[in-house]
Unconditional design. Structure first.
Length: 382
């Protein structure tokens, strides 16, 4: 009996030690209280972007291997929609962003950006549009309205986000295909933001119209790999963010004809730990300083302004996804100034590829994984 009691005591002591040593699961806390988190859909293969359909029809989600799916309002995931173009699904390439036409209620046009194969193994970013069928199962009459020229990527730095402004112009962010010098070359569409009419025509007031040796599509240049873009709802100004190299992720507010520095100006270094050969420091003559910089790269992707009454504590915030940083970053804004930063969802250990503010006031997040998820995030009721 004494031996039994001794063994029982040892077992209890061992359990107590194990419980004390086991790390507690981190709480999903924020500066404004705990989060309410719902997993709506799983089983998405490297989802990249989402767009909300009107009238309670759910949302469209892109998967990088080349599938466009619909998530119904009830959380049911559809089969892949027909009519999606073939994509170059290598490296960082594949099916990328999705956006609805500003006149979607009348024209039912859905815009896609994607990596498109070219000759000799190279690829570049393309943008096309098709009509969403009445049964929500296909894109009909898909046609390409823009192609990045020349095609120089072997699998890296495609961009690419799509944003319509208040006047109906379409902005497309384009990576420099991991070819640094092209971002400063106005004869190439690498490392640029371009501005188009909704049908792909070039606006006659673009900043490089009529300039010899310059592509007329270009709005701004000197970008590295912009994978976040959104229209500021209070000012109508386009905001973008872009990956730095090793360090130096940036937010920029692209103005017509301006040079945003890459690779002449950067806050980062090469992955080899050596300096960027062309860099002249953090600011080079004739270039614009970034609006906001992360000296240590979170590897940012996706961007959404928040201005809903559902969660008043989050109003005047900018949400940004982080891949390497595995977080949802919330930036507090005072006008256009970033005055605070908070990191959410870090305990999920998930790469955040896209973030959108839903029409219902919730924040929606896509995690980048072979078994990617669509999450709905908000503040828990007090």
């Amino acid at each position: 009996m004494r031996l039994l009691a001794w063994l029982r005591g040892c077992a209890l002591l061992l359990c107590a030690c194990l419980l004390q040593a086991a790390p507690a699961a981190p709480a999903l806390g924020t500066a404004h209280g705990p989060l309410e988190l719902h997993e709506l859909v799983g089983g998405l293969e490297h989802p990249w972007a989402l767009a909300f359909l009107p009238d309670g029809q759910g949302m469209l989600v892109t998967e990088r291997p080349g599938r466009l799916r619909r998530v119904s309002a009830e959380g049911v995931l559809s089969a892949s929609l027909a009519g999606v173009p073939p994509v170059y699904a290598q490296g960082q390439g594949g099916l990328l962003d999705v956006a609805l036409s500003p006149q979607f209620a009348e024209d039912r046009l859905v815009y896609l950006s994607y990596a498109e194969a070219g000759q000799d193994g190279y690829a570049g970013t393309a943008v096309g549009r098709g009509r969403l069928s009445a049964d929500l199962r296909a894109l009909e009459d898909f046609w390409v309205i823009f192609r990045q020229q020349p095609k120089l990527s072997t699998g890296a730095h495609f961009g690419s986000r799509l944003v319509f402004d208040r006047a109906g112009y379409l902005f497309v962010t384009l990576g420099e295909n991991n070819q640094r010098a092209t971002a400063q070359d106005l004869g190439k569409l690498q490392g640029k933001v371009v501005r188009l009419h909704a049908d792909g025509r070039i606006p006659t007031d673009n900043p490089f119209i009529g300039k010899a040796g310059a592509r007329a599509e270009i709005w701004s240049y000197g970008h590295r790999n912009p994978q976040g873009a959104a229209l500021n709802p209070w000012t109508g100004q386009l905001w973008i963010h872009e990956h730095g190299p090793r360090g130096g992720d940036e937010i920029n507010l692209p103005r017509p004809g301006r040079n945003y520095g890459w690779p002449l100006a950067t806050h980062g270094i090469n992955y080899s730990l050596l300096p960027i050969p062309e860099a002249q420091g953090e600011r080079a003559p004739g270039t614009e300083a970034p609006w906001y910089v992360w000296k240590k790269s979170p590897a940012i992707s996706g961007m959404a302004f928040y201005d809903s009454a559902r969660f008043p504590a989050w109003r005047h915030s900018l949400f940004v996804g982080a891949l390497a940083g595995q977080a949802l970053i919330r930036l507090s804004l005072d006008g256009d100034r970033v005055v605070g930063e908070e990191r959410l969802l870090e305990s999920l250990n998930a790469r955040i590829r896209d973030v959108r503010a839903g029409p219902d006031g919730w924040v929606y997040v896509l995690t980048d994984a072979r078994d990617g998820k669509l999450l709905r995030v908000g503040l828990a009721a007090p």
